[in-house]
Design a protein around this ligand. Structure first.
Ligand SMILES: Nc1nc2c(ncn2[C@@H]2O[C@H](COP(=O)(O)OP(=O)(O)O)[C@@H](O)[C@H]2O)c(=O)[nH]1
Ligand SMILES: [Mg+2]
Ligand SMILES: [Zn+2]
Length: 284
């Protein structure tokens, strides 16, 4: 059997990209497959070409992870897109998204977009934020979808597998997607609200932007949506920099316990106060 990737799932239409010849087919799942599972964008499928336009799906590979709202499977990394300006940087939203995507077993990375808008003072401010997130253990890059600055290194960085762009409305997800893919996709054509509604039922569309590398965008979670999925007591396990410290009590919540190594690290400046404050805001 041949391997394909579901790049598009809209009602009864399943678009399957076949790795062998790089062509896209309409996927028709066999009945036995439908009995076993639903099929989503991001699913790796096995089957055979039955005529020039049709691929019979015989099996679906077990998913390594699965994002909801909208559904997409096997996400290798989530690119959390944010901006220092337009819209104003919201570190609490960024922190919420980072932990929820990690909770969904994907690898979140950070991209600051719209760097073309920054003056020298703002560039310094961006640098400080970038260092906070690098120190916390994330990959961070900065780009401008407007001028194209940083897009080539982003391409290299996203090489291989499935990447999903997420983040607040207006940060430039669709613009970055268009730059990566090299065609003009919907930028602000549909309001985020209708898009959210549409995507909830239909899922993500994945675009190939280089060999074996696929990208799609999502309307993304709000910070409230994001934390809805998680149990508050688990949140501390997803602040990467906290995991480097051993507190007196193994079940320490890093709030009012004695000999809390995380709080000590915040005092010493090893852990960013801003990150720690996001943590407190999330759990209380
Ligand atoms: N100056 C500037 N504007 C940008 C950049 N990227 C996107 N925009 C603009 O920001 C607005 C929102 O972009 P869009 O891609 O629709 O954001 P989305 O809601 O995250 O998909 C549009 O008016 C874009 O033209 C950028 O790098 N620089
Ligand atoms: Mg968009
Ligand atoms: Zn602690």
């Amino acid at each position: 059997m041949k391997e394909g990737l579901v790049i598009d799932r809209e009602a009864q239409m399943i678009g399957v990209y076949l790795f062998e010849n790089k062509k896209v087919y309409r996927g028709i799942p066999r009945k036995k497959v439908l009995k076993k599972t639903k099929i989503y964008a991001g699913d790796y499928v096995y089957g055979n070409v039955v005529d020039t336009g049709t691929f019979a799906i015989e099996d679906v590979k077990e998913r390594k992870n699965f994002l909801v709202r909208p559904p997409v499977a096997n996400v290798d990394r989530v690119v959390v897109v944010t901006t220092l300006k337009k819209p104003e940087f919201d570190n609490f939203l960024l922190d919420s998204l980072l932990i929820v995507y990690e909770y969904f077993k994907t690898d979140p990375v950070i991209v600051f977009n719209k760097i073309d808008l920054l003056d020298d003072v703002e560039k310094k401010e961006l640098e400080r934020w970038i260092n906070i997130y690098k120190d916390a253990g994330y990959d961070v890059s900065s780009v401008s979808a407007e001028t194209g600055e940083g897009i080539d290194s982003l391409k290299d960085f996203l090489e291989g597998g499935i990447s999903i762009l997420a983040g607040a409305s207006g940060v430039g997800k669709s613009s970055i997607l268009s730059k990566l893919v090299g065609v003009n996709l919907e930028v602000r054509e549909i309001s985020e609200k209708t898009k959210r509604g549409r995507h909830t039922t239909t899922g993500v569309r994945l675009y190939m932007f280089q060999e074996n590398s696929f990208v799609g965008d999502t309307p993304g979670f709000s910070s409230v949506d994001a934390l809805y999925f998680m149990d508050k007591k688990d949140v501390k396990n997803y602040f990467r920099e906290f995991l480097r410290y051993r507190c007196k009590f193994p079940n320490c919540t890093h709030t009012d316990e004695p000999e809390c190594a995380v709080k000590e690290a915040v005092e010493k400046g090893e852990i960013s106060k801003k990150r720690y404050n996001s943590y407190l805001k999330i759990i209380f």
